[in-house]
Design a protein around this ligand. Structure first.
Ligand SMILES: [Zn+2]
Length: 94
């Protein structure tokens, strides 16, 4: 039974290069992805801090409901709030 590495070295040089290049580009994409993810996480923390600072003076409120359930005790009502200044969205009880 041949190992993957033994099979790789039996391929012709062009095929080896092709596989190596696609492996390198896969690694580069993964590295770039991880970099972007960590940037996003940091930016999300900055956004949370900004949203904590905002007083949401002009927040828009929408009355929402989930009614008509067979079991009426499952019916619920809430207010969906959106602040267009900082982008924060949250729910409040009606
Ligand atoms: Zn706000």
């Amino acid at each position: 039974m041949k190992t993957e590495l033994e099979k790789f070295f039996e391929l012709d040089e062009d095929e080896q290069k092709r596989i190596f290049t696609s492996y390198q580009s896969k690694k580069a994409i993964k590295r770039q992805y991880e970099f972007i993810q960590s940037e996003l996480n940091e930016r999300m923390i900055e956004l949370k801090v900004l949203q904590e600072e905002c007083q949401h003076p002009m927040a828009t409120r929408f009355n929402r409901s989930d009614t008509g359930n067979w079991d009426r005790s499952q019916d619920s009502y809430w207010v969906e709030c959106v602040c267009l200044d900082c982008g924060k969205r949250w729910h409040e009880d009606q």
